[in-house]
Design a protein around this ligand. Structure first.
Ligand code: CP3
Length: 349
């Protein structure tokens, strides 16, 4: 037991009653915040920021200090792990991430090394330890990684993609090599997440941002199965640490995801919370699901759309308020204040 285990966020994850609903935001440390942009400028590059434990700690704490969010999330990226496998991560200004050495053959897959989380990604574990020591004692810290499928799309395409042509072709035409890649990534990801727990993370989240791009068959065989493998490893190695699975565009898979044994599911904005709850509500906590575009509107619209999400979940425990995906760079920071106040004051007089 520690101070965090009784926090609103950890209690909601266990679906215990809370006096109000906890709230945090995906990408809460990001470019919409002027203080983030200032630190990012000092760091020079994204990797100069994510690769420096002091600076990563500084930006992780910024949204906690400004808004009093109920959970913090490690400042890092899902592409740090393939970078540790030697693919060479870069960020083209304004164009997003790319790899210098993407996977181009079955031989490339077979040659992938298994990084030691405390060596190649030792700087991430240093950041986790520093953040844990710097956060308010009662604020939980979420560690994270990408899902094997989502990370593999960048490793295979070499960059972000709209149609995932190369990655899907691999799953369909080379299913044995594709499965080998998924298993390799699942094992590396599980060890990486367990090391984050060892370093001080209180909960874990797996981002499957592109799970919704797959047919149901490919989804089950590759994305779901590899997430299941991660959950099983973590249940054995860190049985007390709750895991949240977030699959964008994966509403139709919520019941399969709940059956993995995770504690919580992230829900994007394409499904009403009431519907998500109807499907899985008694098995897992639910996190979400305001459309990030709402934050681009007006305080009135933000407050009413936020209440719509709160009402849609309904009464009872197990709701962690969040966006349905990451906050976008152009949002007015004052608009986030409106969101946070609306959630914190909901039915609390
Ligand atoms: O949520 C947080 O505050 C923690 C930090 C975090 C980042 N990336 C920081 C980041 C997390 C959890 C991620 C996850 C991530 N990264 C995902 C999964 C979640 C999602 O949004 O779907 C994905 C697909 C990535 C890959 C990635 N990293 C992309 C596509 C980009 C560029 C997109 C963009 O907004 O420019 C990044 C870079 C990145 N990662 C930024 C941040 C704050 C912006 C880069 C910058 O500041 O220069």
């Amino acid at each position: 037991m520690n101070d965090r285990s009784q926090s609103l966020f950890m209690r909601a994850l266990r679906r215990e009653p809370t006096p109000r609903r906890p709230i945090w935001m995906m990408r809460q440390a990001g470019r919409y915040l002027p203080e983030y942009r200032a630190t990012r400028k000092r760091a020079g590059s994204f990797m100069g920021l994510a690769g420096n434990p002091e600076l990563a700690c500084e930006v992780t704490l910024q949204p906690i200090e400004r808004y009093g969010f109920d959970a913090s999330i490690l400042f890092s990226d899902i592409l740090i792990l393939p970078h540790a496998m030697g693919l060479g991560l870069g960020f083209a200004e304004g164009e997003g991430p790319y790899f210098e050495r993407p996977l181009r053959s079955v031989d490339d897959i077979e040659a992938l090394p298994m990084p030691d989380p405390n060596q190649e990604t030792g700087y991430v574990m240093d950041a986790v330890r520093l953040i844990r020591a710097s956060l308010p004692a009662g604020t939980p810290l979420i560690g994270f990684a990408g899902s094997p499928w989502t990370v593999a799309t960048y490793m295979i395409e070499g960059r972000g993609s709209k149609d995932f042509a190369r990655a899907k072709k691999l799953l369909l035409a080379e299913p044995v090599a594709a499965q080998q890649l998924m298993n390799h990534l699942a094992d590396a990801t599980a060890a990486y997440l367990a090391a984050q727990v060892e370093a001080g993370a209180d909960a874990l989240m797996v981002f499957d941002s592109w799970g919704g791009a797959l047919s149901p068959t490919l989804y089950r065989e590759f994305s779901l199965a590899s997430q299941q493998r991660i959950v099983e490893y973590l249940q054995k190695h860190c049985p007390d640490t709750p895991i949240i699975l977030f699959g964008k565009g994966c509403g139709q898979h919520l019941t399969s995801l709940a059956a993995t044994g995770c504690s919580g599911l992230g829900v994007d904005w394409t499904m009403d919370m009431s519907e998500a709850r109807q499907r899985v509500g008694d098995q897992v906590a639910l996190q979400g699901n305001l459309d990030p575009a709402v934050l681009l509107t007006t305080p009135e619209v933000i407050a009413s759309e936020t209440r719509r999400v709160l009402t849609s979940f309904g009464d009872g425990p197990g709701h962690i308020f969040n966006l349905g995906h990451g906050i976008t760079p152009g949002v007015d920071p004052e608009h986030v204040t409106v969101l946070v106040e609306t959630v914190k004051n909901w039915k609390v007089e």
